[in-house]
Design a protein around this ligand. Structure first.
Ligand code: BGC
Length: 349
């Protein structure tokens, strides 16, 4: 599938990029995905590059495993590189994958705008780009697959309103450079708006969290509590990582108020069981990873791909598939994440 021009490019790019990538290899856990350049690829196989922003949250390991497994089951070859949240690294890693002759590139962008450069470079090499979980903005992205992120925010706000529908609310968002964080917030605010308009709810604190870092979310929450003299009745945290930081700050002040999350991480499910976190949003990773791998293989073979909707990324309407997120509370843990083996019961002990 890959052509000789791409292979010609390989030698020169390897020399430049290899030493650089050495610094970024710590994230990658299994042997198949080390940053060693594979020189003996089977020319008849579709070769897929998976460019991850990060492996900081647990979920990305699940994405990586399920994606790689499906590509292999479908007869393809795959290499995953993770960029430790550094834009320049993600671009260099994508360049390396392109130079290695990938037939298709699947990208979880660290920065929605900056990664448009990857799309341009891939297209110049005739490589299709699939935006995975997060949308690459202002670029000719070929396909986008994600969960409905606006729905994630709506579910968070709706669930918190079941617990408390008046008083002072804090919003602790994700990374503003991630389009998902923006959409999740939009969704939550849409649900809260009528309550805010009536004056029933006051949004006393509203801040994105750089890099989705739990520690930064904790600092924001401490700031909010200080400003409000602990008078906060609910917190919408964008994901489980930020929720962890928020809950830590609340606990330091002997407070326990409703807090949302997202990702159904083991730590969050434990907190839900302990009563310190109200809910999380479960996005079955198996489904997105499998779907993306199937699309990638088809794109690599230039086969027709069925999508269900389009999402505008500021430049084009990207053919997209948006899967449905699921609310998790104390009452449905067994019939969702446990039943799906997303989490093993022993992990919760
Ligand atoms: C994902 C979340 C994840 C967050 C931080 C978002 O784009 O949709 O599932 O928690 O990034 O990695």
């Amino acid at each position: 599938m890959r052509n000789s021009i791409k292979k010609g490019l390989l030698a020169s790019v390897i020399i430049v990029v290899l030493s650089f990538l050495g610094a970024c290899s710590a994230d990658i856990k299994d042997e198949d995905s080390t940053n060693k350049v594979k020189l003996s690829l089977d020319d008849n196989k579709i070769y897929v590059g998976f460019s991850l922003d990060t492996l900081a949250e647990d979920r990305w390991y699940k994405d990586k495993d399920a994606f790689e497994t499906t590509i292999k089951e479908l007869g393809g070859e795959v290499k995953t590189l993770a960029a430790n949240g550094i834009d320049s690294v993600q671009i260099k890693q994508a360049e390396l994958l392109i130079a290695e002759g990938v037939d298709v590139l699947v990208v979880v962008p660290h920065n929605a705008e900056v990664t448009s450069e990857i799309v341009e470079k891939a297209h110049k090499a005739n490589v299709k780009v699939i935006s995975y979980d997060r949308l690459i903005k202002n670029a000719d992205v070929d396909y986008y697959i994600s969960y409905d992120n606006k729905a994630v925010g709506k579910l968070q706000a709706a669930e918190i309103l079941k617990k408390v529908d008046k008083g002072n609310f804090a919003y602790i968002g994700g990374a503003e450079t991630d389009n998902n964080a923006v959409l999740i917030k939009e969704g939550a605010m849409e649900v809260l708006k009528p309550y805010i308009d009536k004056g029933q709810i006051k949004l006393v604190f509203d801040k994105y969290t750089e890099e989705w870092e739990p520690k930064k979310a904790e600092i924001s929450m401490e700031e909010a509590l200080k400003e409000q003299k602990n008078n906060i009745q609910a917190v919408i945290a964008a994901n489980d990582g930020t929720a962890g930081g928020v809950i830590h700050a609340l606990q330091k002040n002997n407070l326990n108020v409703p807090v949302t999350g997202q990702d159904a991480e083991v730590a969050a499910i434990k907190r839900i069981l302990a009563g310190t976190q109200t809910m999380t949003v479960y996005k079955p990773i198996q489904a997105i990873a499998k779907n993306a791998a199937e699309i990638a293989m088809k794109a690599g073979k230039a086969e027709k791909i069925e999508t269900t909707t389009t999402v505008n990324n500021g430049k084009i309407d990207v053919p997209s598939i948006l899967l449905d997120p699921v609310v998790i509370t104390k009452s449905n843990i067994d019939e969702t994440v446990i039943k799906d083996q997303f989490i093993k019961k022993e992990e919760l002990e």
